[in-house]
Design a protein around this ligand. Structure first.
Ligand SMILES: [Zn+2]
Length: 281
């Protein structure tokens, strides 16, 4: 099992990797810059080399970069559109430098212009951002919970943008909390099986590269994005047991984005996942 957490890097890459090692993680996700936006600090050659060496040494793979939440790829506003395009491009380059397999992003909100136009804007922005990109990091579209005027909350939305991307390779990151909030039931084995069949039918399982494993504070279809500890939300232990043991999902790397004030919060959630990932004898 490839399992990791969304880790902070504000105390430097070495500390971040050592925390992952202590937590026995073999995958990780991070922001490559402040999640609130602003100009990114250039990555130093030395720190990049050290980070890549440490990840090799401790078998941390995949490394995932998550793009800041401030950008909106679906925006009708030309200035915000340009900002989003340049941030995606910059983060793809930064992720590539860090040896990250994936850059994960949310599509954003259409702000009243409607879902169709919003999705077209996303495609336009991503095609601009990725033109002539030839790094190794692969872009992943993450499903959203469908709050407000967000796009990207159905498998059809994701499939459509994937289809219209001109880039050679892109895929999908499925966030269990967002999916559940958007109405994809995951609360038991049958529901998980049905959701996986639907994902395969619409997106294709070969495009599913990453899972964000988060329980949901709110009920099925709430459209509210609030992550809960694994097993402590409406997806529950039964749901996660089914997700973690589904034969088609077992090979997909998992990143936890559960609420964490300290390492003991991560430890508790990692322990739950490891316990539930073992099928009944
Ligand atoms: Zn997520």
């Amino acid at each position: 099992m490839r399992l990791g957490i969304h880790t902070k890097i504000n105390e430097g890459f070495e500390k971040a990797v050592m925390r992952l090692v202590k937590l026995q993680c073999n995958a990780c996700q991070m922001f490559s810059r402040s999640p609130r936006g602003g100009k990114a600090r250039p990555l130093g050659e030395g720190e990049v080399r050290m980070f890549r060496e440490l990840c090799d040494q401790y078998d941390i793979n995949p490394v995932v970069v998550h793009i800041p939440y401030v950008l909106n790829l679906a925006t009708p506003d030309p200035e915000m559109h340009e900002y989003a395009v340049s941030m995606v491009r910059e983060d793809m380059e930064r992720a590539n430098l860090l040896g990250a397999s994936y850059l994960v992003l949310h599509m954003g909100s259409h702000r009243g212009q409607g879902v169709e136009k919003g999705l077209d804007q996303v495609t336009r922005a991503l095609n601009k951002a990725l033109s002539n990109y030839n790094g190794e990091t692969i872009l992943l579209l993450e499903n959203t919970s469908g709050a407000g005027s967000e796009v990207g909350y159905t498998f059809e939305h994701l499939a459509r943008v994937l289809r219209d991307l001109e880039t050679a390779e892109a895929g999908v990151c499925f966030d269990t909390c967002h999916g559940f909030a958007a109405g994809y039931d995951l609360a038991d084995e049958q529901k998980v099986a049905a959701t996986v069949i639907e994902l395969d039918r619409v997106i294709g399982l070969s495009n599913l590269r990453l899972i964000h494993a988060n329980d949901s504070v709110f009920e099925l279809g709430s459209t509210r994005d609030q992550h809960a500890d694994i097993g402590q939300g409406f997806i529950g232990e039964k749901g996660f047991k089914a997700i973690l043991n589904h034969p088609k999902l077992r090979e997909i790397p998992l990143i936890l984005e559960t609420p964490a004030e300290s390492d003991s919060d991560w430890e508790r959630n990692l322990k739950t996942v490891r316990r539930l990932a073992v099928p009944d004898g």
